[in-house]
Design a protein around this ligand. Structure first.
Ligand SMILES: Cc1cc2nc3c(=O)[nH]c(=O)nc-3n(C[C@H](O)[C@H](O)[C@H](O)COP(=O)(O)O)c2cc1C
Length: 399
């Protein structure tokens, strides 16, 4: 379930060319379960009709501070109190300046002063405007304020046909950042390290030993931990997935690379969701091995056991969570792994079936805490399972 589910979001729309994208944001917020009310600046009305937002949000749209009927419906102070999050998207250069100066010369800026909710500014403008020192100064000041966040614009081709920073990020990025702004804070300031994907153990430059892990679960866990307020490092084996927003990604290839990358991090929470290869060739040929009709029986040796090594290490994270993808006796094998590797918790799942561990979009998992408490979750999409696992890790059970 999204952190936005059941939350009250006030969307402030500024008068930029990206105002039309705010309509898609309202839909995405509502799909995530949020209740949405919209306030528009006078300039925003030059770009999109309030009726569009009224139809999409299911509420009358606020446009004028001095509109007696809107005040009677829901006054500006009441609206400021109603909001659990104020999202300003698109936020114009002009709105940034007015917000920074603490002006209250229209409905939206007055609400920005009156609210105690977190405010997420999503600036979008021409690249030269974005780079202007006045705009950059305003960003620095707004980012320093309590409960005030700025989602920096994406780079790309802009409506003015220039290429550079200035685009409003996609709705899923805005929503993930909104979730982070709403996060209760249990993972705020915590460094969460997540491993994901398979590893590859090369025999020669073109052949390797690996497994079918797609990395989806690890990437979803990293995204969910970031949305929950954590600073996230994702140590990823080779996958075709895009980097999750906000996370630092360290790319690795082999189990030995993954070991080095994980041991280099100081984590508060380590979640080992990667499917690390257990065996690696004893010898790696520098040149491509020529094929022949004779059987090939390459010698294999164990890869480093990252979890066991970490369990003994003085640099062990205070919370270490493992994964067990099993074909049989799933719970029994997971509990043995939990105990032998001295983990704090383990996520057990089956390799088989439509919600099997590898490659599928959905998953059914059993979460087992050291000491014995366990519960099952799913089948649900991996993103939801990941959010549930992160909530479990952030719960007082572990912290
Ligand atoms: C066609 C057009 C497109 C504009 N696009 C943007 C924009 O993307 N970002 C921005 O900051 N200002 C943009 N502006 C300028 C703003 O509309 C102007 O600064 C206005 O005063 C903003 O008012 P507001 O901040 O109250 O919404 C644009 C103006 C025009 C005429």
């Amino acid at each position: 379930m999204s952190r936005l589910d059941g939350r009250r979001v006030l969307l402030g729309v500024g008068g930029g060319i990206a105002a039309y994208k705010a309509a898609e944001l309202v839909r995405a917020l509502r799909r995530a379960g949020a209740e949405v009310r919209v306030v528009m600046t006078a300039s925003a009305e030059e770009f999109v009709q309030p009726l569009t937002f009224q139809a999409l949000s299911g509420h009358r749209v606020g446009t004028d501070l001095f509109d007696p009927s809107f005040e009677e419906d829901i006054g500006h102070i009441e609206l400021a109190r109603w909001a659990e999050l104020v999202l300003v998207a698109p936020c114009t250069a002009n709105l940034l300046a007015r917000a920074r100066a603490g002006m209250a010369d229209d409905l939206l800026t007055t609400i920005l002063l009156a609210t105690t909710a977190p405010v997420l500014f999503c600036p979008a403008m021409n690249t030269q405007m974005w780079k202007h020192p006045a705009v950059q100064e305003n960003i620095v000041v707004l980012e320093r304020r309590p409960r005030s966040l700025v989602l920096h614009p994406d780079e790309g081709e802009l409506a003015c046909r220039e290429t550079g920073p200035g685009r409003l990020p996609d709705p899923d990025v805005v929503l993930a950042t909104a979730e982070r702004a709403l996060a209760g804070g249990q993972l705020r300031g915590k460094h969460v390290v997540v491993t994901a994907g398979p590893t590859r153990e090369f025999f020669d430059p073109v052949r390797f030993l690996s497994n079918p892990s797609s990395g989806k679960m690890g990437y979803s866990l990293a995204a969910a931990a970031w949305s929950a307020g954590a600073d996230v490092t994702l140590v990823s084996g080779p996958t075709s997935l895009p980097a999750p927003w906000g996370c630092r990604v360290v790319r690795v290839v082999s189990a030995s690379d993954m070991r080095d990358a994980v041991l280099a991090e100081r984590a508060d929470v380590l979640i080992m969701a990667a499917a690390v290869a257990d065996y690696t060739p004893v010898e790696r040929s520098e040149h491509k091995r020529k094929k022949s009709d004779a059987p090939w029986d390459p010698a294999l040796t164990r890869t480093p056991d990252i979890l066991s090594e970490l369990a003994q290490s003085p640099r062990r994270a205070p919370v270490v969570i493992g994964f067990a993808a099993e074909t049989d006796d799933i719970i029994g094998n997971a509990v043995r792994k939990l105990e032998s590797k001295r983990l704090d918790g383990i996520v057990a799942n089956s390799v088989y079936g439509p919600t099997g561990a590898f490659g599928s979009d959905a998953s059914t998992v059993t979460l087992i805490r050291r000491g014995g408490h366990r519960h099952e979750f799913g089948p649900h999409p991996k993103r939801e399972v990941a959010e549930h696992i992160i909530e479990w890790v952030a719960s007082s059970d572990f912290q």
